[in-house]
Design a protein around this ligand. Structure first.
Ligand code: UD1
Length: 419
């Protein structure tokens, strides 16, 4: 991983032009992990060209799968009996590795998955994942830095009420319950579009799932699933990033392949900041001619405002007209990136999970560092509206979520290089 790579940005250019949205990172990784549920070759299309897809491919290869990646497609040939251990050297690079847990317990009857690392955005427990698998009859514990789960005689359906609609826990429970005996009900389930995509993928493999996109998901277990072919949904967080970029730089971006219905609240917020948001035949267009008005935002599980767009909304508010309050309700350490944004001259004070922001007319370029994917993207947006030059170190974080970001920014008229 080239951690010395950085983006160099000269601020001041409005972003104008067209982009096309690729498949969602937070969907494709889960689809790849869930392919473990069926022997044979599953093909996933609309796969984004991001580093995390390679990490998941390595993980599946180590579990005995043959993974072939070509252009925007990945095929995964799953053996009759996959391995059951996901080692720390791979899992530490990517939180989504934990998504092999549910499929392995269901399919192989045992799983050992290293406790994940992932982004520096706060403690990300696994208690809901573990409790959920235990409710389905698995024996699970943590040992030597690994989650060890066993169900040698298979899983049995259960009623599971999540304390918080965790995306990852809902996914692991759902991908285990599809092969359990009987009916599983997940109450207070996550409703994110990525999770719905995973559910539809499982249905195309032969799973019986009702209630996707609602707080109650009902899964009736089947004996066996079959390999499938499935297209990944477009990435709503990248879509949102371009929408905020258009508004902040007072530009005009047409975003092809975007699904406006997955971003209702962020687009409403942008409209209240003064942006002109319109839907097009195959996506959305966001334009802005004036300085944005400050907007108050509180992040919440879907359909609330996505926590992954928090850095973008703080970056916008930093140069907006007026004062704003931004509240983070999902990950406690997201605000780490505020220190970096302050280096660009943003006026922000943080108190617990609230950030109070006083907009300034312009930021001032400086060297900063990305600590996670979305913070990196937010800092690049802020650098685009900063006077002079900024460098954003630790570019590899951004590569994990944004395919060809520098090239796409250049095509929209930004002065950005990657070095
Ligand atoms: C996923 C996304 C991430 C997004 C997040 C919320 C992927 C790879 N990542 O992360 O980009 O920001 O959803 O939309 O898809 N929690 C517990 N115990 C658990 C599980 C979660 O306490 O067992 C807590 C977490 O610490 C966090 C909150 O619940 O505070 C939400 O986490 P969760 O929804 O599980 O997020 P991820 O699936 O990790």
């Amino acid at each position: 991983m080239a951690s010395h790579d950085r983006f160099r940005v000269f601020g001041g250019s409005p972003l104008r032009g067209e982009v096309t949205i690729s498949g969602a990172k937070n969907s494709v990784l889960k689809l790849m992990a869930a392919s473990l549920l069926a022997t044979g070759k599953t093909t996933i299309t609309n796969v984004p060209d991001i580093a995390d897809v390679d990490i998941m491919a390595d993980l599946l290869t180590r579990l005995g799968c043959t993974v072939i990646r070509s252009q925007s497609q990945v095929s995964i040939d799953v053996p009759q009996t996959p391995g059951h251990r996901a080692d720390y050297d791979l899992v530490r690079k990517m939180r989504a590795s934990i998504n092999v847990l549910g499929p392995l317990v269901a399919r192989v009857g045992e799983a050992e998955v290293a406790l994940p690392g992932g982004d520096a955005i706060g403690s990300r427990g696994l208690d809901f994942h573990i409790k959920g698998l235990e409710a389905l009859g698995a024996k699970a514990h943590i040992e030597h830095g690994y989650v060890v789960a066993e169900a040698p005689h298979g899983l049995t359906g259960a009623v599971i009420d999540l304390d918080f609609p965790s995306v990852g826990a809902t996914e692991n429970i759902m991908t285990a319950a599809v092969l359990a005996k009987g009916v599983t009900t997940i109450d207070n389930a996550a409703r994110e579009p990525d999770l719905v995509d995973l559910g539809e993928f499982l249905i195309s493999m032969g799973a019986n799932i009702q209630g996707l996109g609602s707080p109650t998901i009902t899964i009736t277990g089947v004996n066996e699933l079959k390999p499938t072919t499935h297209a990944t949904i477009p990435d709503r967080i990248i879509t949102g990033t371009w929408a905020f970029a258009a508004a902040m730089t007072r530009g005009d971006i047409t975003i092809h392949g975007a699904r406006a219905e997955h971003l209702e609240l962020p687009l409403e917020k942008l409209a209240s900041a003064g942006a002109i948001v319109t839907t097009t035949a195959d996506g959305i267009r966001v334009r802005m001619d004036v300085r944005p008005q400050a907007i108050d935002v509180a992040t919440l599980p879907y359909p609330g405002f996505p926590t992954d767009l928090l850095p973008m909304v703080i970056a916008l508010n930093s140069i907006a007209d007026g004062h704003s309050l931004v509240t983070e309700n999902v990950f406690e350490s997201r605000f780490m990136f505020v220190n970096e944004l302050s280096r660009l001259g943003a006026q922000i004070s943080v108190d617990g999970h609230h950030a109070s922001i006083e907009g300034v007319p312009e930021l001032s370029g400086a060297p900063v560092e990305a600590h996670d994917i979305r913070a990196g993207a937010g800092l690049i947006l802020a650098a685009l509206v900063s006077d002079g030059e900024s460098t954003i170190d630790q570019a590899f974080h951004v590569d994990r979520g944004y395919p060809n970001f520098a090239e796409q920014l250049q095509s929209l008229g930004a002065k950005v290089t990657r070095e």
